[in-house]
Design a protein around this ligand. Structure first.
Ligand code: GAR
Length: 210
């Protein structure tokens, strides 16, 4: 009988960018060893040496790099150094998961339509660094999270997926953010897996997975 080789699913190389504790990264790492998931985190890059996400990565045996803005003469130099640090890992997808800096044109040109970001609000409402605080201050009753492609604006790229989270009486920024993060990490894992397995088509503002 002819020998039939086992089908080995291809696994996409993913680089995760972090500035904070890395709970979204941790959730990706819980899935990335499953070949059926289709994505493997091959590197983690941060702008901060003290980012908890770096410890999460090290704990999983994933290589890390830090590109701190203070080490560069200007914004453009930092962008190019970030791009180089990420390119070393040859990623098919870059995931900004709690990365608290805007990625400039030199970075985005290197990875066109290959950078996704997760944001703790229902974009286009409440973009920027304080999505949870701003939604609370506005008095919304429903907020949530958004996973989107990154373009040159602040949280303005085509939306891939969103989930709603109810604001409860008595919520403060911490309690609301914690509930959003539970929903957010499940959404991010789902979207990253589908993007690498099925691809993304972008027509104008509309991004479609598969
Ligand atoms: C996440 O909620 C992410 O959406 C948010 O930071 C948190 C990081 O959590 N990002 C932004 O606010 C970007 N504007 P983590 O470090 O535990 O993954």
């Amino acid at each position: 009988m002819p020998h039939k080789p086992a089908v080995v699913p291809s696994t996409a190389r993913v680089v995760v960018l972090v500035s904070g504790g890395g709970s979204n990264l941790a959730e990706l790492l819980r899935h990335h060893t499953d070949p059926a998931y289709g994505a493997r985190v091959v590197g983690v890059v941060s702008d901060r040496t003290d980012a908890g996400g770096l410890d999460v990565a090290r704990g999983a045996g994933v290589p890390t790099a830090v590109v701190a803005p203070a080490d560069f003469a200007d914004r453009g130099e930092w962008d190019r150094a970030m791009a180089q640090a990420v390119a070393v890992f040859d990623p098919a997808l870059v995931v900004s998961a709690g990365f608290m800096r805007i990625l400039g044109q030199p970075f985005l040109e290197r990875f066109p339509d290959k950078v996704v970001n997760t944001h703790p609000a229902l974009l286009p409402s409440f973009p920027g660094a304080h999505g949870v605080r701003d939604a609370l201050a506005h008095g919304v009753r429903v907020t949530g999270c958004t996973v989107h492609l990154v373009d040159s604006g602040v949280d303005t790229g085509p939306i891939l997926a969103q989930r709603a989270v109810e604001v409860l009486d008595g919520d403060d920024e911490a309690t609301l953010h914690e509930r959003i993060k539970v929903v957010e990490r499940a959404l991010l894992v789902d979207v990253v897996g589908r993007v690498v397995r099925d691809g993304v088509r972008v027509e104008g503002r509309r991004a479609t997975i598969g």
